[in-house]
Design a protein around this ligand. Structure first.
Ligand code: MG
Length: 393
């Protein structure tokens, strides 16, 4: 039986997100979006064959960023409705054309879901039409009115519902369609809709660790926990390389690594033709697998005519920051017979360090000639190569 999961990520998440445009499920925690942690849990599980996220209209950029490194199992996302119930129904309908046998439904705001919990809810589907992860109520429950206890509630048999919840696909789709047709929009989870529709739903062991991020304080706590988890793992260091060439043409200066150097020629190019910064920008983009400079700033686009290349470099640094990365070090080598680079080397390092927002000791600029050989040896132009290391935290 092939199983799919719907990750419900269409909430506005206002309580946790505060003034941010970004709903809580797309806020960073432990260097990645909350959503990404949940997505990874299902992507890694061998019992899940397809993943469909339901998002709010307008959240596509957040979703694209948070799902960028996942491929094989990921279906195109669906757009949700006003309520969670409508959003899940949209997800169920979107699965129709390749209907799964079983479907799990999970809240994106639960990033700590474990492989074991996913296995348990799936296993229960062989006996029941539905199942949900839940934990026994751990504390004594009080019913209070106006802040005064009226009675203590018998805790025996009470469970706190979590997600994932799993169902036979046809059965939960029919239940959701029936609820929608009946004008019912007050269900707070899918197990409640299943129960209302007469399905038998098993309770399986969830975990207190599988908690749901609701408030801004929850988001801070989740970030700390996830950072602790990742700090126990070896550092994730990525390396990228870049190479660039620009030809000489008549002029009176060249731009190299952000420094203007008087010279009897200039470098030809659409922007300021700073081969050093172009090679470095490509190295940084390469380290995070984010394409190359020409893709983000096409030479055919008049907007970049004469542009300062510091703009391209600063953009690459922002992309790294958005992926939770930090630049470990960069190293640029300029290959030319002239002009002399050594007198400008410190200014170049300082310029790059300032653009990237890193310490100058993390920036290296070197120069070499090509011993009179090749196009650089014939003084037809300047080549630059660069490497960059980025730590993803
Ligand atoms: Mg270039």
């Amino acid at each position: 039986m092939h199983n799919a999961v719907i990750i419900a990520a269409a909430g506005s998440g206002r309580r946790a997100a505060g003034a941010s445009e970004r709903p809580k499920q797309f806020q960073p925690a432990g260097g990645e979006a909350v959503f990404t942690h949940a997505l990874r849990a299902f992507h890694s599980h061998p019992g899940v064959g397809a993943i469909l996220a339901v998002i709010r209209p307008g959240d596509e950029p957040f979703y694209d960023e948070a799902s960028a490194s996942f491929g094989a199992k990921l279906l195109p996302c669906a757009i949700g409705g006003e309520t969670r119930q409508q959003s899940v129904l949209a997800g169920l309908r979107a699965l129709k054309k390749d209907a799964p046998g079983g479907v799990l439904i999970h809240d994106a705001a639960r990033p700590f879901v474990s492989q074991d919990i996913i296995s348990r809810v799936l296993a229960a589907l062989s006996r029941r039409q539905g199942s949900l992860a839940a934990i026994p109520a751990p504390d004594t429950l009080k019913f209070a009115r106006d802040g005064v206890v009226e009675r203590t509630i018998e805790r025996q048999g009470l469970w706190l519902a979590q997600t994932p919840q799993a169902f036979h696909y046809g059965a939960i789709l029919a239940a959701h369609e029936a609820a929608a047709a009946a004008g019912r929009d007050d269900f707070t989870d899918d197990a409640a809709i299943a129960e209302w529709h007469g399905l038998d739903v098993a309770v399986v062991e969830g975990s207190a660790a599988n908690w749901k991020i609701t408030t801004a304080a929850d988001l801070v706590l989740a970030d700390r926990l996830l950072r602790l988890e990742t700090s126990a793992q070896p550092p994730d260091i990525r390396t990228g390389t870049g190479f660039d060439v620009h030809a000489f043409e008549p002029g009176d200066h060249v731009m190299l690594c952000g420094v203007k150097i008087p010279h009897r020629q200039k470098l030809k190019g659409h922007s300021d033709a700073d081969a050093g910064l172009h090679a470095l920008t490509d190295a940084l983009l390469g380290a995070i697998g984010a394409g190359d400079i020409g893709e983000h700033f096409p030479p055919s686009d008049p907007a970049w005519a004469g542009a300062g290349s510091s703009l391209f470099l600063a953009d690459a640094a922002r992309k790294i920051e958005r992926r939770g990365g930090s630049i470990v070090n960069v190293d640029v080598t300029i290959i030319c017979e002239e002009p002399k680079i050594a007198p400008h080397r410190q200014a170049m390092r300082a310029c790059i360090a300032a653009i990237l927002g890193i310490a100058i000791e993390r920036v290296s600029v070197k120069a070499t000639t090509s011993e009179g050989l090749g196009f650089t040896g014939r003084r037809e132009g300047i080549a630059a190569m660069a490497s960059a290391s980025v730590a993803i935290v």
